[in-house]
Design a protein around this ligand. Sequence first.
Ligand SMILES: Nc1ncnc2c1ncn2[C@@H]1O[C@H](COP(=O)(O)OP(=O)(O)OP(=O)(O)O)[C@@H](O)[C@H]1O
Length: 251
Amino acid sequence: MSVLKMCSVGVTRGASRVLDDISLHVARGEFVSILGPSGAGKSTIFQLLTGALRHDTGVTTCNGRPVDGASRDFAFMPQRDALMPWRRIIDNVTLGLEVQGMTRKDAREKVLPLLQDFGLDGFAHRYPAQLSGGMRQRAALLRTVVQGRPVQLLDEPFGALDALTRTRMQRWFEDRWQTAKWTTLLVTHDVREAVALSDRIYVLSARPARVIAEVAIATPRPRMGRPIPPQAHAQEAKLLDILLTQTGDSR
Ligand SMILES: Nc1ncnc2c1ncn2[C@@H]1O[C@H](COP(=O)(O)OP(=O)(O)OP(=O)(O)O)[C@@H](O)[C@H]1O
């Protein structure tokens, strides 16, 4: 059964139609990515889900309940880590739980045992500026998933990292995800990342965004750090071709 369902969702921003008839779904424990050209409306979808925007048409539900405005169904990790520079890592990571009403003490008790898995052991009392980019992203991810919300929304979580750190983070993330199986909707420009991490991928057209392809990735996990099997390689090439067509380029 689908946890998240968007049916025929449309949004206009200013004078422009940004999303047009978007339908997608995410099942429990599924990892779904949205790929699309720059400016297509990927972040707009997350703004709808987090209540920052309203849709003009269509219906969104989470676990069968309509989502309209601010919702407790989603934990959102933005493109930049968005850690508060004046809060120590432990206090950044507990923030989402405190916002939910948990006491700081209880939130710390919940989070402390998880620091090791997120490579943050020994860094709880440091400030964000004292951590590497990868560590900050892991802290932001921990802050997101520890909230226990039904769906994790990840907006280009590795996009700001250098290539080596990004690859390390993707490997680490794949490993964590295989254990935790968070229901995840990821937005990315990176075709390889989408193919490596996802169960399914939706491809958006250029604005106004419509879903122009839906691709299931059947390659067994773990995928990162292994030679890309021919089928996944072909899927990468096909997805890249679709995106290039949307941006007006062709090979
Ligand atoms: N506040 C706003 N008012 C009007 N139009 C906006 C506003 N914010 C974004 N847009 C437009 O909506 C469209 C979709 O933006 P969005 O940020 O969702 O795209 P995106 O696919 O996430 O882009 P990128 O991959 O570059 O981050 C863009 O064309 C943008 O110009």
